[in-house]
Design a protein around this ligand. Structure first.
Ligand SMILES: [Zn+2]
Length: 225
């Protein structure tokens, strides 16, 4: 999808990874087969297996209905993380990353704890990178970033693992035991995770002043909001 065809809602571009109201969760019930989480239908199981885990199934209908701005579509989030695509426009961040010392990552100040300091070395995130221009647009319009954010260039983003619902075999049935589990790719528990998002580890982090970078790039005037 190019910049021109990116869905617009109420005059604003909607990030490519955002989920839309017309997109439906069609995840079937899970079972355990050969020690791994599976769906009853082996074809569906194969189609939903990526990176060593079974993934939730959602239909694809970007741009249809209303954007669910606080939610990411699992397949689009996974693709953006795997290829370091900008979570806003969906295009590669490689060229900008090569010129600027790594892709740009943004984290909202209010996430998880309600307050946070700069992005730290080795920190993990569910948010794919952004271009400088796309990130600058986001911090002025995106509700979860309007309260504050941290920005960093990350020279070595490393795919770390997956986020989702961890299951266990208990009392003769497979049951969810942790709805917000983060499991590393080399952890055998990955076989019992119903995955919803990919997790990136941020290494060689250089926190930046996004406003100063935007001014330098001619995206805004000095002193402008
Ligand atoms: Zn972009």
């Amino acid at each position: 999808m190019s910049l021109d065809t990116l869905p617009v809602y109420r005059g604003l571009r909607v990030p490519r990874v955002t989920r839309w109201s017309a997109e439906r969760d069609i995840t079937p019930a899970v079972c355990i087969r050969a020690g791994r989480l599976a769906y009853a239908d082996p074809v569906m199981t194969r189609a939903c297996t990526y990176q060593g885990a079974l993934w939730r199934a959602w239909t694809l209908a970007p741009g249809k209905g209303e954007p669910r701005l606080a939610h990411l579509h699992p397949a689009r989030q996974r693709r953006a993380m795997a290829r370091l695509l900008c979570q806003v426009c969906g295009l590669s961040t490689a060229e900008e990353a090569a010129a600027e010392g790594g892709p740009l990552f943004l984290v909202g100040a209010g996430e998880e704890t309600g307050f946070r300091g700069p992005i730290e070395e080795g920190e993990r995130t569910l948010h794919p990178p952004v271009h400088l221009a796309c990130g600058w647009e986001s911090v002025r319009h995106c509700q979860h970033l309007l309260d504050g954010y941290e920005a960093a260039r990350v020279a070595r983003p490393v795919p770390w693992g997956l986020y989702g619902i961890l299951h266990a075999w208990y009392g003769g049935a497979v049951v969810p035991v942790d709805p917000r589990a983060q499991i590393a790719y080399d952890d055998p528990h990955l076989a019992l995770l119903l995955a919803g998002q990919a997790v990136m580890e941020l290494n060689d982090v250089r926190p930046i002043d996004l406003r100063a970078e935007a001014v330098r790039a001619g995206l805004c005037e000095v002193g402008a909001r």
